[in-house]
Design a protein around this ligand. Structure first.
Ligand code: SAH
Length: 246
């Protein structure tokens, strides 16, 4: 008999991405959970016996903006493990997709096979592969099918824009979505041998004419709302299931 999932940590970068889900499922803020120097915040619910905590990267003290990208994501993942010891880590957020590979604004993807970096280029023996990471993620194809989500390789980098070199590396994978946190979290999950998936809602299409930052701002609300709907489905789907059943 396999063990049902008891604790889940959902790591999210931006408040606007998390707000719809926090409100819909009445997550409540856990007071004083992390050191007060840290920007990270934690929100909690008990969903039919599963302990679910959203760890939000929080607001940068100096810039008064959401702490996006890999540096805070690594720290959030470490805090999630230290404080909550989850059976499963989910990184939920937004990403860029490719119209030529079937992505549309608001599509929600589940990570497939592995998460890699497209901007850690270290052309030295062995370090080339190390740089790319290729951290494993859980095979969640049943969950994806059940909830009507597409599967994609997730490619992480620390820039919202894209260089031709990044693009050439990303283009090796198909389908693929591009974002700024998943590989950092997948690395921590891999270190602790905790199963990991990413759920990413498309805010922008990298291969169209529009500037990524304008598209991102324009579509953030719709993408976050779709992310909420799918994440509600994911949370409901997890109830009573073991990791092996996902
Ligand atoms: N706060 C800024 C932008 C945040 S950076 C603003 O409002 O303009 C973008 C965030 O969305 C990151 O957390 C990243 O994971 C995700 N993202 C969405 N589309 C992306 C893309 N095309 N490339 C990289 N990251 C993307």
């Amino acid at each position: 008999m396999t063990k049902p999932i008891e604790k889940v940590a959902i790591i999210m970068a931006m408040k606007q991405e998390a707000k719809p889900l926090i409100e819909e499922y009445n997550f409540y803020k856990l007071p004083k959970i992390f050191d007060e120097e840290l920007p990270m915040e934690a929100y909690h619910i008990d969903k039919e016996g599963i302990d679910i905590t959203i760890i939000l990267n929080g607001t940068d003290r100096d810039f008064q903006l959401d702490c996006v990208a890999t540096q805070p994501a690594t720290l959030s993942a470490f805090l999630a493990v230290q404080h909550f010891r989850p059976d499963l880590i989910i990184n939920a957020g937004t990403a860029g997709g490719f119209a030529q590979r079937g992505s549309e604004i608001g599509d929600v993807y589940v990570s497939h096979k592995y998460i890699r970096y497209h901007d850690r280029r270290i052309p030295l023996p062995g370090f080339d592969k190390y740089g790319m990471g290729n951290y494993p993620c859980l095979n969640a194809s049943r969950l994806a099918q059940k909830l009507g989500m597409k599967l994609a390789n997730v490619s992480t980098g620390n820039s919202l824009d894209i260089t031709p070199t990044d693009l050439a590396i990303i283009n090796v994978e198909t389908p693929v979505v591009k974002e700024m946190e998943a590989a950092a979290i997948a690395w921590v999950a891999h270190l602790y041998r905790i199963p990991f998936i990413a759920v990413k809602s498309i805010t922008d299409l990298i291969d169209n004419e529009q500037a990524v930052e304008q598209e991102f701002i324009k579509n953030l609300a719709i993408a976050s709302n779709n992310l909420k709907k799918k994440m509600m489905g994911v949370i409901d789907y997890l109830v009573g299931k073991s990791i092996e059943e996902l």
